[in-house]
Design a protein around this ligand. Sequence first.
Ligand code: ADP
Ligand code: MG
Ligand code: ZN
Length: 501
Amino acid sequence: MKSLAEVLCDWEAVIGLEIHTELTALKTKMFCNCRLSHHDEPNTNVCPVCLGMPGALPVPNREAIKSIVMAGLATNCKIQKRTCFYRKHYFYPDMAKNYQTTQGPVAFCMNGRLVLEVTGEGATERPDSTIGKDDDGSYTVSIRIKRIHMEEDAAKMVHVGGKEGRIGGASESLIDYNRCGIPLIELVTDPDLRTPEEARLFMEKLRQTFLALGISDCSLEHGSMRCDGNVSIRRRGDVELGTKVEMKNINSFKSLHDALAYEICRQAQVLEEGGAVLQETRHWEPSGRRTTVMRTKEAADDYRMYPDPDLPPFNLPDEFIEQCRARMPELPDAKRNRYMKSYGLRRREATYIAADPKTARLFEEAVALAGDAPLMVANVTMNLVPAVRNVQPFQVASISQLICSDAITFAQAREVLQIVDGTTDDPRQVVDERGMRQCTDAITMANAVDAVLAHSKKQINQYQDGNKKVIGYLIGQCMKASQGAGNPKYFGKILKERLER
Ligand code: ADP
Ligand code: MG
Ligand code: ZN
């Protein structure tokens, strides 16, 4: 098969995503008072409503409606005050009522958009001619969102004895109704995405947005956020859309990217060999790095959709929507802009820190404690904190101050952070107790440099032949020799003097 880059020179990919998010932050299910939890014994959080017993009546969860309205506001959707629930009929044991309660043509949220900034390596997936790119190759695209609707999750089925937990070849199937009736919001994009990287970024941005809203834990791994990728290709310049394939079983950002890339290349091969792409649902197999057919689409499914007579139509009052608006937190883009403006952070650092609410909170609390060292706090937050599990804002603040005042080096800071990880110990005390002060003694430093140079004939020759970058390696060796206590800038300076004399 051709590579993605080759394929995208001749063909344009058209991608639309359908993303389901469980509102895991809520305490109860969508239409009953059962506990919403993933960690309980199977079939313990069930009642006549979520088991579909005759005569049991559903009552919508007000907090769930607030969550979807907030999701809509965060994605620039128009909130529909007048809407209702529909029944979507199908027969399968994962839904005891034999219909899923979902929404019809009018969803709570309609016609939104998210703006993506595509930068770095990923931006090269989109051939230059199709969009205005900046000098560094990055570009911005606005992706339309068709709708976000409210529905309920189905029970979880476990197929025993089959391959990779799939039903084929299984000897028995177990059903856990704890998940049945958990509120889900489904977002459907327009087919505006053009590369696997754009799809990955969309999903990532949506996840960051929902995390900021605090409506879900958004775990792709555990299935509280699930994504189906629809993809077709067409000749560059064509207007008509090609036949789309829908892909399921995508449970990481990497799978989303790789599955789409694989599928685009597969479709190009089929078409270039004179074949036709079939409208079908395919299953991504991360192990085999390929997609296989799950089902070929017959005529449109007949779900016999109609408004649910048990759930009266909504007419959301303005005050309700205003309450939702008032509860909106600062979203990642706004946070990033504020970090750049008020702390002078660079775009890359600001974006990284603002993306995750926990990281952002740690950073802000540490900055408040460290006073005037926001840049160093950002540096520590971005480069050292990801390697540890649980550090306190005061520890990040005091480590940043220790580096800023040249008391310890960045390498020593890494070690101190690891020592205080999971404790409430004061980094200053650790530094004192272990005598981890930055070495400033000129003679000790010079001796370390000479010791390293004594067995670095090769690198000395390389440097003198014009390969100046080798100095980075030599600085690393000096750092090692000083057990991280020497200042790398100072080592660099002495090395240069020695090598250029
Ligand atoms: P269906 O009725 O088959 O579910 P929808 O119109 O609801 O189709 O679209 C489902 C998803 O597929 C949406 O995200 C949409 O953007 C995307 N989509 C629709 N047509 C195409 C196409 N030709 N190529 C790629 N994606 C498409
Ligand atoms: Mg659909
Ligand atoms: Zn229930």
